[in-house]
Design a protein around this ligand. Sequence first.
Ligand SMILES: [Zn+2]
Ligand SMILES: [Zn+2]
Length: 420
Amino acid sequence: MKAILDHVGIAVENIDVALAFYRDALGLEIEAPEEVRSQSVRAHVIPAGQSALELLEATAPDSPIAGYLRKRGPGLHHITLRVDDICAALDHLRTRGVRLIDDQPRPGAQSALVAFIHPSAAHGVLVELKQSARPSSALASKRMAWGDLELVSVHDGLFRLDGGAMFGVVPRPLWEVEAPPDERNRILLGMRPLVVSADWGRMIIDCGAGDKMDAKQRDIYALDRTRHLDHALADAGLTADGIDIALATHLHFDHFGGATSRADGALKPRFPRARYVIRAAEWEEATHPHERNRASYLPDDFVPLRDAGVVDVYDDDRTIRPGVRVVRTGGHCPQHQVVFVESAGKTAVFTADLIPTTAHIRDAWIMGYDLFPMDTLAFKKRFIREAIDREYLIFFEHDPLIAAGYIREDKGRRVVEQVL
Ligand SMILES: [Zn+2]
Ligand SMILES: [Zn+2]
């Protein structure tokens, strides 16, 4: 079994006295506390490289931490080891007769799975095993009502892009905490199109990378489509036939590659009944690529659509269908746009490559891929302020774990409250 030390939990009697030592005397930085209501515990996390210390404070007399303090006094409460496969780890321990507290893993914070080993088996130390949330389980189709509309977050599998390129000028020591890179420096990303259903029909916004990549491209991008858009649509009770409109935020392969597919050697529109709605100037960009964007615009993704006569173009920001409105952001590429989905006074925004993952909610965390990063910054600063103040539900197209959430501000620090 391979395990990484995730954190060390320390039960504290008086948090102010504990902070006087850990924060003031040692000079360590402490994150904003996290409340685990079900356990009546407040956790103060102190990052320490790949691991962390966790100061645990009881918030009610019946909290397990309060019980521990009464029995044993303050001090080391537990250590947490991160494993790849918690079920396999528990099986392994069982066959060796190790006494467990939890026979089966149970849900922990941040959709992780956790299980405790009895301290008597671990020489007096309470050991927690933890398996981080699996992207595969985060790739379920998720449905919600949105005023008169219905939203279904779907996915087209996972891929990886260079971590440095995903975070631009942000140094690796900062981004690697949010998005751990693999041995080729790539970070895991999702592709999450959004389906909007209304009385006017059913629209898919972006449609993933699709199935046309050759072996070399699949290797470069670590494309993992074990579960892909067809599965995701089926999970939601939908089919490609049932899509009436495919709307592109822009024509990069990881957003609109899924618009075409190969059938009997020929490239065909992926959604047989759909109109494909594309900004005219983006069509021009994509069909006249330059050295800097050529790798992102693959003609097989969109030229067959024109040949099939299924493309509708438009010029400016507009309402595409009642409740669905596009707004050009520029920055990432000149015609990049986000999509506002509005009904009954509620606003959701599909932000595409403006805020590709939840790590990108900081203004300056802007992709190195962006052709005009200062334009991204200007739009993003204004937009995120508005999103916080007006409570927009934000869809993160490339986040491997979280499909959508609200951006909240807590003492100047931004966090995402996950909704889907
Ligand atoms: Zn893009
Ligand atoms: Zn992208």
